[in-house]
Design a protein around this ligand. Structure first.
Ligand SMILES: [Zn+2]
Length: 233
């Protein structure tokens, strides 16, 4: 469940990311009435098993069974909640075509929300790892080792989101950032899911990495992410 908006008196249009059919929009009839048979099952942060009836324009949800309610693990913690909101918004923005299967994005989102809700890892790290992987799946894989322009093996000193990541001294352009080596190592570990390395990162390294992830994301989405403004970075 990515997001919902009101339709008429008591209905909602629900935007979903599904395992097999990609992005789907469907109508939940009567869901805003207190007597609705769906209860709170059709809220964001829920993983549900749905049955749909084909409609003229939009399908209608006829049945919903909760599989996982991530909200329970996120609702009470501001950092986790805002990180989760960013994940939903990112998936919503990166999976654009309706009914186009995107199993990898689906699995990344469900996996990311699960880890976030478990509460054992830093919300910042879980979010940044999700963002980097999600961008990679969408075809915008960054490089943190080789030079993004000439392929020269690094590590390199320069980084530029608009050119795909690390840059060697020859390829660097004005305005490139020069992150610390630790930050580049952390970014690589976040992308690879190397949680052993991630867990050992210092706070300022994590902050610098987050800034670069945000810049990278902003470059690849037309508009920045609204919910990212609320994440404490
Ligand atoms: Zn180069």
């Amino acid at each position: 469940m990515l997001r919902t908006h009101k339709l008429g008196e008591a209905d909602r249009i629900i935007t979903l990311l599904t395992r097999h059919h990609g992005r789907v929009r469907a109508v939940a009839k009567g869901v805003r009435r207190t007597t609705s048979k769906f209860g709170s099952r059709l809220e964001p942060f829920t993983h549900v098993d749905l049955q749909l009836a084909e409609g003229r324009n939009l399908d209608t949800i006829t049945q919903a069974e909760t599989l996982t309610l991530f909200h329970a693990g996120l609702g009470l913690d501001y950092d986790r909640y805002t990180a989760g909101t960013c994940m939903l918004e990112t998936a919503d923005r990166l999976v654009v075509e309706e009914r186009e299967p995107s199993v990898q994005q689906f699995l990344l989102l469900v996996g990311g929300l699960r880890v976030l809700a478990q509460g054992e890892r830093s919300p910042r790290h879980v979010l940044d790892s999700f963002l980097l992987r999600s961008l990679s799946v969408a075809g915008y894989a960054p490089t943190f080792t080789h030079c993004a322009r000439c392929g020269l093996e690094g590590p390199h000193r320069w980084f530029n989101p608009s050119l795909g990541g690390s840059l060697c001294t020859t390829c660097r352009v004005p305005g490139s950032a020069s992150p610390s080596q630790d930050t580049l190592v952390l970014l690589g570990a976040l992308l690879a899911g190397d949680w052993g390395t991630v867990a050992g990162a210092e706070d300022r390294t994590s902050k610098e990495a987050s800034g670069l992830v945000a810049a990278y994301l902003a470059w690849h989405l037309d508009r920045g992410l609204r919910s990212l403004e609320y994440v404490d970075r």
